[in-house]
Write a protein that binds this ligand. Structure first.
Ligand SMILES: Cc1ncc(COP(=O)(O)O)c(C=O)c1O
Length: 381
């Protein structure tokens, strides 16, 4: 596929391309500007042509596609009973938190964090504990395990929302890192809610390891959420998968789910199946193009934005940019919208540690990316 092809997304109900003015380049919310795999578009056409859209069910063979995918990609054995579908990952993890916690339970997650990790517990009447990551001497974001354990004990934490690969830092946690996190959760009976939505967009030789695949003990305390949304750029359709291997946890989750949310929409499931079944070749090209974008940012930062630094992402199409030494003052996001005509995500929405940072979505054509960086460069003081 030609990822340099410019697709006009204005007037297509795209929130990314609607929220800001016509003259603003939107590099914020996490979808890409690329066409989805041809097999997905074809499957949707066929289903739409049928013309009847009554209540749907999980497509025949969908669970088998997921089972095969888990085995071939991660050497993880799951069975059909353990798989269920949910319209979105935010919906899924909010549901899980609600059914795992008493009314006033406590939830922990690493920060900077995807904003719903911060806000969903609050809306569900729960308390969220922020576990700040730090930059090590190699410029990589790391977890402070001692602090993580101390916070779990002191706050009687019930649920850990793991984000792997991590949004916004782009870290892919290694087996050793995942084992350390899991050991702490096992020691204190903390349930792991593992958001792995970004697991398919990986760079260099980074490998995704579902935390539940490490051992049966870890799987017993883990609910895993994955989706084709980011992977195949179908986030607007809302089809996500939950894999819960522990029977008791699964039954509780499914009971709550049956009263609170339904399955994804019929077209979402058609697209999800086609994507998972026939999207692999497209995905390789997508990842190669995105890796090229990531590397272009690395080349351009010292030339165009010398006051901006980053920790090179190992996964995701998100760049977490540190503007604290850029000379900007006040509201960085608004300044760039007004003066550069580029919209990025405001870092402080990712928690206290995000102050002075902006998140740039490089899931766009290389020309758009270069234009955005050029505009930012010219607008900086
Ligand atoms: C870590 C993470 N989880 C969940 C989501 C959204 O998932 P959904 O749209 O399926 O609710 C995103 C989207 O950016 C994300 O980055």
């Amino acid at each position: 596929m030609n990822f340099d092809q410019v697709i006009d997304r204005r007037n297509t109900e795209s929130i990314k391309w609607t929220l800001y003015g016509e003259d603003v380049l939107p590099l914020w919310i996490a979808d890409t500007d690329f066409l989805s795999p041809p097999a997905v578009v074809e499957a949707l056409h066929q289903r739409v042509d049928h013309g009847v859209f009554g209540y749907g069910c999980i497509p025949e063979g969908f669970n088998e596609v997921v089972i095969r995918r888990m085995k071939t990609r991660y050497n993880w054995e799951v069975n059909a009973d353990q798989i269920s579908c949910v319209p979105g990952i935010v919906t899924g993890f909010t549901l899980l938190m609600r059914c795992a916690c008493e009314k006033d339970g406590t939830v922990i997650f690493q920060t900077p964090a995807y904003p719903p990790f911060i806000n969903s517990p609050i809306c569900a009447g729960l308390t969220g504990i922020h576990n700040p990551m730090y930059l090590d001497q190699d410029g990589k974001y790391k977890v402070d395990y001692d602090l993580f354990e101390k916070q779990i004990i002191e706050n009687k934490v019930k649920v850990f929302i793991l984000c792997n690969p991590q949004n916004p830092t782009g870290r892919v946690f290694t087996q050793e890192e995942l084992e350390k996190l899991a050991e702490i959760c096992l020691r204190h009976q903390v349930l792991i809610c593992s958001d792995e939505i970004h697991c398919d967009i990986l760079y260099d030789d980074h490998k995704h390891i579902p935390i539940a695949s490490i051992s049966p003990e870890i799987s017993k305390i883990t609910a895993t959420f994955m989706a084709p949304s980011k992977t195949y750029n179908i986030a607007g359709l809302h089809a996500s998968v939950a894999i819960i291997q522990d029977e008791e946890m699964r039954n509780r989750y499914l009971k709550y789910k049956s009263y609170l949310v339904g399955n994804p929409g019929l077209l979402a499931m058609v697209a999800a199946k086609a994507a998972y079944e026939q999207g692999d070749e497209w995905l390789e090209e997508n990842n190669a193009y995105l890796q090229g974008n990531r590397d272009r940012i690395e080349e351009l930062l010292p030339i165009k934005l010398p006051g901006v630094s980053w920790s090179k992402p190992e996964a995701t199409f998100l760049a977490w940019l540190d503007f604290r030494k850029s000379g900007l003052e006040g509201d960085y996001q608004q300044y760039l919208i007004d003066h550069a005509k580029v919209a990025l995500n405001e870092g402080s929405t990712f928690g206290e540690e995000g102050k002075g940072f902006l998140r740039l979505n490089f899931g766009c054509t290389r020309a758009t990316l270069e234009e955005a960086i050029d505009r930012i460069s010219k607008a900086l003081p």
